[in-house]
Design a binder for this molecule. Structure first.
Ligand code: AHR
Length: 844
């Protein structure tokens, strides 16, 4: 008998609840949750609850994205408790199933414990007793001798222990103890199947719930942290805080670049004679794309006025502020002497300027417009009056405060997180990019169709603009060359354009375009993700390795001081890609590139998604270590090859190409980013650089509208760490409970990294509390460093880990700074789901 509680039918006494399923009616405390069917019966086997799952395509499953397993649920008590049941398998021949007790945070995120069998996944012939959490298979296993077992789960604070016994005379055997991310909200029984042929009938005799007396429960984790400043573990490379910008979506155009007009060079299709992105003004003119008289790219907009009215074209959707805008139009006319450029909002002209001196030759006319009011849906118009023909070859409109064509507000936000290095121009984009399209007079550079992302590439932002960007924000440039559809000589010429002296062929062109001094670009990547079938010109490992040798030889012949980055993969995957490229081409490159994006299933419970994302850095750390081992095993003797972790981020399922890969990152994602930083601190000897993908709008740390800049929690994580990391990682020992998630097992709930500045005067203790419900109390002891009174704390948290900054509420998640006393800092409460950095200063 369970719990020795004498029960008739079902009883609830205090927090005890026992249901021996003797009543033909389900006790009112239960909820039968069976979204896709599956039946229960209290009469099929009297005194037992029977759950039957018929054959069904896919079964009645409970796993990522699919949640239709039947469950009998009731509320979990707030205090510590134990639940028990006796389970008997009635019919399961050939079935994939899991059944038994369930402890659930939600109907989509739970722990199931009981008989399990999977002929299809695990080739099992007999059931065993399995403990699983949603998305995490086989957490613990016990044998099952008969078709019957008694199961027990105890939940004490955030610890769950699972036990079983064969019969009532048998002793309890513990299967496992696991730490919980969330206190359970529901308890009960579950039966699930998967595959098309599974059939399951299972009987439960009694369900019992009782409160348990646990050791004094605390709602926080006590973490002892011992830092030894005399033990410097490894150097921290500042380049781990690098970024990546790609010609994709609104990262560069619509983000960094200040141009406000779409299709300013009049390429592409036309509708009723008006070229894409533009619309007509007035109805007394005819419009056509002109492919014989054009300024750039094989096409211009031709407008022929037939009456005395106003004719022209306009582009809408502009956000205008009361400030100065500058621009230019490149036009020619027959019978037309002047045109007007204007900003309009509905019927109102916000600002206008008449431009004269038009002839039948192309002329570039500059203008300045100064609207006095703002407008959220303004038009930019180019118009003329009367009869005659106007050709418009190109136009441009930018806020006058732009910095060399870049948005001032965006540049300021980027400068504030001091990017040490920025990778450009792709990404997938680069495999179809020919750098020569992007140099010289911007109005003469041809727009091209970018086949990687199916979008126009305007070629307004090319090599010179990128270098200017790097100089303005103060970072190292890192150029990834086209090894997809490109060739070694093209790549070598690019190196010469950047680094050649003005008396070289391509260096002289750079000088002619106003940049005499070589750019001294040190980092070049040989292609991007060349293994994937989404990459233009993708190759297998051997062919890529051979192609990359040619690239390396050509490029280093131009400048032997450059550091080359070879395309790699994460770990041992892609048919042993890393092993092959390192073995074949290892003598020719300096770093191996690795990319990692953490995704998740949008149908999963937000709590489960949190565990996946928050734990991912641990998986990344293990993957990078494994990658380093593969490099070590296969590289030429004596050669040092490090890792360039040059694309990493959370990629949320709704960040699709249709929305330009844009989305609102949350506190959860900042906790992920901070976790990656800690991993990179620990991997200082093997990871030479890392680049968040990406910096603006596209998977962006910074988001923009035409007039606003929004800083995401990931941005703030960068800001915290960039300014508060020392040059040395210190020995740091701490005792954290271990959590597990589908992404990784044995994840520190609290992750700590201690670093020391180069001069030894500042010691930083960075702490992440991944736990979504428990605070942590840190007891910090520091050896080998005498801190003085007064410690700076920077702390980022929010009410929910799913909180995000939005344009209408931009400051929901951001760090706050405060000064603590030394003793408070050394006994510091780190809130649930938070990131904190303490800055200790040495006493003089
Ligand atoms: O960052 C977005 C894309 O992700 C990059 O273009 C590519 O390298 C990766 O697949």
């Amino acid at each position: 008998m369970l719990f020795c509680v004498v029960a008739l039918f079902a009883t609830t006494i205090g927090e005890h609840f026992t249901d021996d399923f003797d009543s033909p009616v389900l006790h009112k405390r239960w909820r039968w949750h069976a979204p896709a069917g599956g039946e229960y019966s209290l009469t099929a086997n009297k005194g037992w609850l029977r759950i039957s799952l018929p054959k069904r395509k896919g079964g009645f499953n409970h796993w990522h994205g699919v949640f239709d397993a039947p469950m009998l649920l009731t509320d979990a008590p707030e205090r510590d408790f134990a639940i028990e049941t006796r389970v008997k398998l009635i019919q399961h021949d050939g079935a994939n199933f899991h059944t038994g007790l369930v402890v659930a945070h939600s109907t989509k995120h739970l722990i199931a414990f009981g008989p399990y069998c999977s002929p299809s996944l695990w080739k099992m012939k007999r059931p065993e007793i399995w403990l699983e959490r949603t998305g995490e298979g086989r957490v613990a296993v016990a044998p099952m001798k008969a078709d019957e077992a008694i199961l027990r789960i105890e939940v004490s604070g955030y610890e769950l222990s699972a036990f079983w016994r064969a019969g009532e005379d048998d002793g309890w055997r513990k299967v496992a103890t696991m730490h919980l991310w969330f206190r359970p909200k529901m308890i009960g029984l579950i039966a699930k199947t998967w595959g098309d042929e599974s059939l399951l009938t299972v009987d439960f005799d009694r369900f019992g719930l009782e409160p348990i007396e646990a050791p004094a429960k605390t709602n926080f984790m006590d973490i002892t942290v011992n830092v030894d400043a005399s033990r410097r573990m490894n150097e921290i490379n500042p380049m781990i805080y690098g970024h990546f910008i790609e010609h994709l979506g609104r990262c560069i155009y619509g983000g960094i670049w200040a141009e406000m007009l779409y299709n300013r060079k009049f390429t592409g299709a036309s509708s009723d004679g008006v070229i894409e992105g533009w619309k007509r003004i007035g109805d007394g003119a005819s419009y056509s794309p002109d492919n014989t008289t054009f300024y750039v790219g094989g096409q211009a907009q031709r407008i022929e006025g037939h009456d005395d009215g106003e004719h022209g074209i306009a582009q809408g959707g502009l956000e205008i502020e009361p400030k100065s805008y500058i621009g230019r139009v490149i036009v020619r006319g027959d019978g037309i002497r002047s045109i007007t450029v204007s900003l309009r909002s509905g019927e109102r002209i916000l600002a206008s300027q008449r431009l004269t001196g038009i002839t039948n030759r192309w002329r570039k006319l500059q203008f300045k417009l100064e609207p006095k009011t703002s407008a959220s849906d303004a038009l930019f118009a180019i118009t003329f009056r009367g009869k005659g023909v106007l050709h418009i070859g190109a136009a441009s409109l930018m806020p006058a405060d732009n910095i060399y064509g870049m948005r001032k507000d965006v540049i300021e936000a980027i400068k504030a997180i001091k990017p040490p290095i920025v990778r450009w121009p792709g990404g997938n984009f680069v495999s179809g990019y020919h750098w020569r399209d992007g140099i010289g007079d911007p109005d003469k550079r041809p727009p091209r169709w970018d086949r990687a992302w199916n979008a126009w590439e305007w070629n307004d932002f090319g090599t010179d603009e990128f270098i200017r960007f790097c100089r303005v924000v103060g970072c190292e440039p890192y150029i990834c060359v086209n090894a997809g559809e490109g060739y070694a000589d093209e790549a070598a010429e690019w190196v010469e354009y950047c680094n050649g002296s003005p008396d070289t062929r391509w260096g002289s062109l750079r000088a002619r375009y106003g940049n005499r001094e070589p750019y001294k670009v040190r980092y070049f990547g040989i292609g991007n993700e060349m293994y994937g079938n989404w990459q233009l010109g993708h190759l297998d490992a051997i062919k890529y390795a051979l192609k990359s040798i040619e690239f390396a030889l050509f490029m280093k012949r131009v400048d032997k001081s450059i550091r080359l980055i070879e395309v790699g993969v994460d770990g041992a995957g892609w048919g042993g890609w890393n092993e092959k490229v390192v073995k074949i081409a290892g003598a020719h490159f300096d770093m191996l590139s690795v990319h990692y994006y953490q995704g998740y299933n949008a149908n999963d419970d937000v709590s489960l998604i949190y565990t996946i994302v928050a734990s991912a850095p641990v998986r990344i750390e293990r993957m990078l270590k494994e990658t380093a081992k593969i490099i070590e095993r296969n590289k030429p003797a004596g050669k040092r090859i490090t890792i360039a972790f040059d694309e990493w981020n959370v990629w949320m399922p709704h960040q699709t190409a249709q929305v330009g890969l844009e989305g609102y990152y949350t506190l959860r994602d900042a906790i992920f980013a901070a976790g990656v930083f800690h991993a990179l601190h620990r991997l200082g000897d093997i990871v030479e650089m890392a680049n968040l993908a990406q910096l603006v709008n596209v998977l962006g740390a910074i988001r923009t509208t035409q007039t606003k800049v929004l800083l995401t929690p990931i941005y703030h994580a960068f800001s915290m760490y960039v300014h508060n990391t020392g040059n040395w990682r210190l020995y740091c020992e701490y005792n954290s409970p271990k959590l597990s998630a589908p992404t990784a097992a044995d994840v520190d709930a609290v992750d700590i990294s201690a670093t020391l500045s180069a001069d030894g005067r500042k010691l930083f203790v960075a702490a992440i509390n991944r736990h979504p419900e428990m605070n942590a109390r840190l007891h910090i002891a520091i050896e080998g460093f005498k801190p003085r009174e007064g410690v700076w704390l920077e702390l980022m948290t929010s009410a929910s880990f799913n909180d995000a900054n939005k344009f209408e509420s931009p400051d929901v998640v951001k760090p706050r700074k405060e000064r603590l006393s030394l003793s408070d800092a050394c006994k510091f409460t780190l809130p649930k789901h938070s990131i904190a950095i303490l800055q200790f200063e040495a006493s003089s």
